[in-house]
Each structure stands twice: as structure tokens, then as C-alpha cells.
Design a protein. Structure first.
Length: 241
């Protein structure tokens, strides 16, 4: 099969919804950080905010799982997979560097891109075992609820996710339980491609075409949006002073 198949506009549009939602969330965070929101918001304690963060990450990872199902169905080669993986991993390193410069005490050592980089490899290896994706996804989601240990709190093991306390960081997306979301996304993608392919491959509705275009460049948008938003908010703060 061709190593590069056609785009799936509906999946791109769904991914576009996730990144627009993420950008709005981050813009609110930036406004709050620079004192524009009154009263001051607590993004890690207020259910209104942290539930949105959970929903955004869930949507991102589910879309990543859907994308892996499509890539495997289209016969994506391992070299092409590794090229895309290197882009994600490289951006994760840049996020760590940038966050350290801005938040040296709570820099991002294992955020969403770091998690995606690890989980993509696992999902790619497990994708051929279709019958196992649903139960393995359920196990990944349940394991942190069933067993945790202080040994995983250390800096070299916290990426696994079986911590007894959340590390001090601006973003934390460990492999467990989030791998379960991506596995379920891959399983759902395989089911849709086998039984309801038009749900994924059909053209996006007219109002969603802009979102589909944005979703095709999700990684680039992810890397650019925060520096731009922070720059705008910092400029507004300087003008206010």
C-alpha cells in the first residue's frame, strides 16, 4: 500500500477543535498569570479549569490513537513513522528547554508531547494485535487507581505515572493512565475503518473546514501558539503599567 495515504478531514477537524480549545485555555492561563483575571484563578485546584485540561488532553490523545489506526491501515512504513516521531520528540525537548527558562522551579520534564512520543511507539507495536487494544487500554486506565508506590515519585520513574504525589511541574502527562486513551483511540479507529469508514474519511462539513486545515498543522500550532500568546499578554501588561 502507499506509504502516504489521503488526509482524513473529519479527524483533522476534530484535532482542530482540540487545539483551538487548548489555545483558549492557555490564553486564559496567561491572562491569569500576568494578573488580568480578577479574582485570581487556580488552574490546578478549580474543577472548572482542571476538568477542561483533562478533556483537552483526552481529545488530543484519542485523536493520536485514531491517527495511528489510519497510518497502519494505509501501510505507513517504519522509516516514515520514525521521521514523524522525531518531530514530536524534538518538539518535546524544545518545550522542556522553553519551560525551564520561564518556570525554572516547575519546568516541564514529561508533558503532553513527551507522553505522546513514548505512547506512539507502544501503540504502533500493539496496533496489529487488534483484540488486545480495548482490554489493554482499560488496564492502563485502571492501573494507577489500583496500585501506586513512592518509588515512582523519583525523577527517573515519574514518567510512568504510578506516583503517590503529583510532581511540581507546569504539565504532566505520564504514560499511565493516558496510554489507555490512545489505545482506545486506536481501537476505535480500527473499528470505524472496518465498519463505518465514511465516518472518518468523508469530507468535513463546510463550517469545520477551517478547523480541518488547522488540524493538519497541529504540532506546528502547538509549538507556536504559546510564545505568541505570552508575547501579546506581556505587551498588554507593559502597556497597562
Amino acid at each position: 500500500m502507499s506509504p502516504r495515504g489521503p488526509r482524513f478531514d473529519r479527524l483533522d477537524a476534530l484535532r482542530g477543535v482540540a487545539i483551538v480549545w487548548m489555545a483558549i485555555f492557555h490564553f486564559c492561563f496567561d491572562l491569569n498569570y500576568y494578573g488580568f483575571l480578577t479574582p485570581k484563578q487556580h488552574f490546578t485546584a478549580d474543577p472548572f479549569w482542571y476538568s477542561q485540561r483533562t478533556a483537552i488532553v483526552t481529545l488530543f490523545l484519542f485523536c493520536a490513537g485514531l491517527g495511528q489506526a489510519i497510518a497502519c491501515e494505509q501501510g505507513q512504513s517504519w522509516p516514515r513513522f520514525w521521521r514523524r516521531w522525531a518531530q514530536v520528540a524534538g518538539c518535546a525537548v524544545l518545550v522542556s528547554i522553553g519551560s525551564y527558562l520561564m518556570f525554572p522551579r516547575s519546568w516541564i520534564s514529561f508533558g503532553v508531547l513527551h507522553g505522546i512520543a513514548v505512547m506512539l511507539i507502544v501503540v504502533r507495536l500493539l496496533a496489529p494485535h487488534r483484540a488486545w487494544l480495548w482490554p489493554l487500554g482499560a488496564l492502563a486506565l485502571a492501573l494507577p487507581l489500583l496500585w501506586r508506590d513512592e518509588v515512582f515519585n523519583g525523577p527517573w520513574l515519574r514518567w510512568i505515572g504510578l506516583v503517590t504525589r503529583k510532581p511540581v511541574t507546569e504539565d504532566y502527562v505520564p504514560v499511565l493512565p493516558w496510554l489507555g486513551v490512545m489505545l482506545w483511540g486506536a481501537a476505535a479507529g480500527q473499528w470505524l475503518l472496518a465498519r463505518r469508514p465514511a465516518w472518518l474519511s468523508g469530507p468535513a462539513p463546510s463550517p469545520a473546514r477551517a478547523l480541518a486545515l488547522l488540524g493538519r498543522w497541529s504540532l506546528s500550532f502547538y509549538m507556536v501558539h504559546q510564545p505568541v500568546l505570552i508575547g501579546l499578554v506581556m505587551a498588554a501588561a507593559a502597556l497597562r503599567r
